[in-house]
Write a protein that binds this ligand. Structure first.
Ligand code: ADP
Length: 259
């Protein structure tokens, strides 16, 4: 609490009492904590690839580049870490853009099947690499008023996670359905699953169950935060259910018409 006090003096200069104003600043302090955590997280996430790029470049310049095998190996690492930085900066800009006031969606009549098709094209390379397949079930003709590119991005983020956190050769199932006023998209995988205790924090920026695994698969820890923001900007909701070693289902509920 912020506390302000002021005496109340009567007309004849007599002391009548004191007014105390208690201002609840819990929310402000929480916001400040979130901001500090965010800055610390961003700094850490940026520093890791930069340290690696710097280290490998210095080693090369110190003479290691005369060995062709080492040269190729190190350049490969430098390229991977640069790609990582690029992705991280793109995701950060994306998230800050969505959170900024004045962010608006480009509403159009959008067919959910087209969104899924476009997203699948984007992730087809990583699907193939892991010998995985996507099975589509449910209604194929659902139309919503939405920002198509943003919905594609949501699907790409969910599908990439389904690929990254699943074993080779497993199947991802996308189930689409609708009610009178909502469209529902479920993305189910047969992956590693998530412990119940981890579920509530999953959509926080930079929250990862397994940092090393996320890093290894090129994750930034921002994918689900972006999904949540984009779906909520549409007036929708996103939910998750998971059983460890069995699989995870993300469910998106979208209003058919924009508010
Ligand atoms: P990342 O870039 O690390 O994948 P996300 O925000 O997309 O970041 O996801 C946050 C964390 O949630 C991931 O690091 C991972 O631990 C967990 N996660 C997300 N999707 C899945 C999934 N389909 N199966 C298992 N774990 C998942």
């Amino acid at each position: 609490f912020n506390v302000y006090g002021a005496p109340v003096i009567g007309r004849h200069g007599n002391w009548l009492g004191i007014i105390v104003v208690l201002h609840d600043i819990t929310k402000l302090i929480q916001l400040e904590e979130v901001r500090k955590d965010f800055v610390a997280n961003v700094s850490h996430e940026l520093r890791t690839p930069i340290t690696s790029i710097k280290g490998f470049t210095e080693t090369l310049l110190d003479g290691a580049m005369n060995e062709p095998a080492i040269l190729e190996d190190f350049l490969g690492i430098i390229q991977k870490e640069s790609d990582r930085l690029h992705l991280l900066i793109d995701d950060l800009l994306e998230l800050s853009g969505i959170e900024r006031e004045g962010f608006y969606l480009q509403y159009d009549a959008v067919n959910i099947s087209n969104v899924i098709d476009d997203a699948m094209k984007i992730i087809s390379g990583s699907l193939e690499k892991k010998g995985m397949q996507v099975v589509l079930q449910g209604e194929s003709q659902i139309e919503v008023e939405a920002d198509k590119d943003r919905l594609i991005q949501v699907m790409v983020n969910l599908l990439s996670n389904a690929v990254n956190y699943s074993k080779e050769g497993t199947t991802i199932t996308i189930v689409t359905s609708f009610t009178v006023d909502e469209a529902i998209i479920e993305v189910k995988d047969e992956g590693i699953g998530i412990k119940p205790a981890e579920l509530p924090r999953l959509f926080e920026r930079f929250y990862r169950v397994d940092r090393a695994r996320s890093r290894e698969s090129g994750g930034t820890g921002l994918g689900l935060a972006i999904v949540k923001h984009l779906i909520e900007a549409h007036g929708g909701k996103v939910a998750v259910e998971s059983i460890i070693e069995v699989g995870t289902t993300f469910t998106i509920t979208l209003p058919k018409e924009s508010a």
